[in-house]
Design a protein around this ligand. Structure first.
Ligand code: MRU
Length: 340
């Protein structure tokens, strides 16, 4: 493993992407945990490819990456609207991507009559502000969420919502981190999260790095663990939260919410307010990304299914608002009926 001090850092924490000397340093999440590779991206096409291929993933992290991508494009004197379009088309579900791009476009509008150097400086400052604000929001979320947990908490989570998925620190993972630091966490149970295995590959990598106690579980073991009284709370991230509180997150989240409700276990969605999309009324209107069936038939190049098999591979599902105990944000905890 690369030494901790060799990984990118921003605002005092490990960050999956940073902008440095006219380029983006990015931890390649497709090769973790086997290898820790920091890529160097220098143009918009590379940034778009990295988001599409999930070298960077997680809603806040792709928003921050797109913001830095806008800066790179302007360095090459590209048209901001064209850059925005290229980056927006990479992944459809996470609203943080559009949110960050629109914020960068508004910044451009405010500065467009200034010199090219001043425009570039203003854009980079805005991208870094988006990044800083995300880390600050995560820290607040961590504190606020940890207060909701009992001492000795056993917490289930899904996918990766850690530093890798955000500007740094993490959302649902940030609560696990804060609970651990506050001496409240007994055990984290990350689901392995098929088919891309973000739980097994990425969350386990972060938990080991952060020395937080955990036991990885197969996705199918979640119900059994809850039924034995082994879980005090489920914490999941979000890619887009509709105006009514319906929340899209990694495929399998909805199943965890149903199970948690059946067993009377609090089920929380954890996200910065940049993930709330007031323009989308309900979960039914959220576009769900469908990815290649090869991710299921032959994950990471290892073929399990027989030749001729086909697969359905939605990357996300929607948890209805009424199954969510609370939505934990940097502005506090929202509860049903959600009116943001
Ligand atoms: O397909 P991914 O890995 O980008 O999906 C990520 C998730 O579903 C996360 O839970 C969500 O983006 C929140 S990350 C803080």
């Amino acid at each position: 493993m690369m030494r901790e001090d060799q990984l990118p850092r921003f605002d005092g924490v490990f960050a999956p992407v940073v902008y440095r000397d006219g380029g983006i340093d990015m931890v390649d999440q497709t090769v973790l945990p086997e290898r820790t590779v920091v890529l160097r991206l220098t143009d918009v096409a590379e940034v778009a490819e990295a988001i599409r291929a999930m070298r960077v993933r997680g809603a806040p992290a792709i928003g921050i990456t797109a913001a830095y991508g806008m800066v790179l494009g302007l360095e090459a004197s590209e048209d901001p609207n064209r850059i925005a379009e290229t980056l927006r088309e990479t992944r459809p579900t996470a609203v943080n991507l559009t949110w960050a791009i629109e914020r960068m476009l508004r910044t451009f509008e405010r500065h467009k009559d200034e010199s090219a150097a001043d425009i570039r400086a203003a854009m980079l400052a805005e991208a870094r502000r988006i990044h800083s604000e995300d880390i600050a929001a995560n820290r607040k979320i961590g504190q606020c969420g940890a207060e909701l947990l009992p001492t000795g908490a056993r917490v289930m989570t899904i996918c990766n919502t850690g530093a890798l998925a955000t500007g740094g620190y993490g959302t649902a993972y940030g609560i696990i981190r804060a609970a651990h630091e506050g001496g409240k966490l007994a055990m984290a149970y990350p689901c392995e999260t098929r088919p891309r295995l973000q739980g097994a590959r990425l969350t386990a990598w972060e938990l080991l790095k952060d020395e937080i106690p955990f036991r990885l579980i197969a996705d199918g073991a979640a119900g059994a663990l809850m039924s034995r009284g082994g879980i005090d709370a489920v914490l999941a991230g979000a890619d887009r939260i509709a105006a009514n509180g319906d929340s899209a997150n990694k495929i399998g989240t909805y199943g965890l919410a149903v199970l948690a409700n059946h067993h009377g276990i609090p089920f929380y969605i954890v996200a910065p307010t940049s993930t709330i999309d007031p323009k989308t009324e309900t979960g039914a209107k959220i576009e769900i990304e469908e990815r290649s069936e090869d991710e299921i038939l032959a994950p990471y190049g290892c073929r399990f299914a027989p030749d001729g098999a086909s697969a359905w591979n939605p990357a996300f599902d929607v948890t209805p608002a009424e199954l969510i105990t609370g939505i934990i944000t940097e502005k506090g905890v929202f509860t049903f009926p959600y009116g943001f």
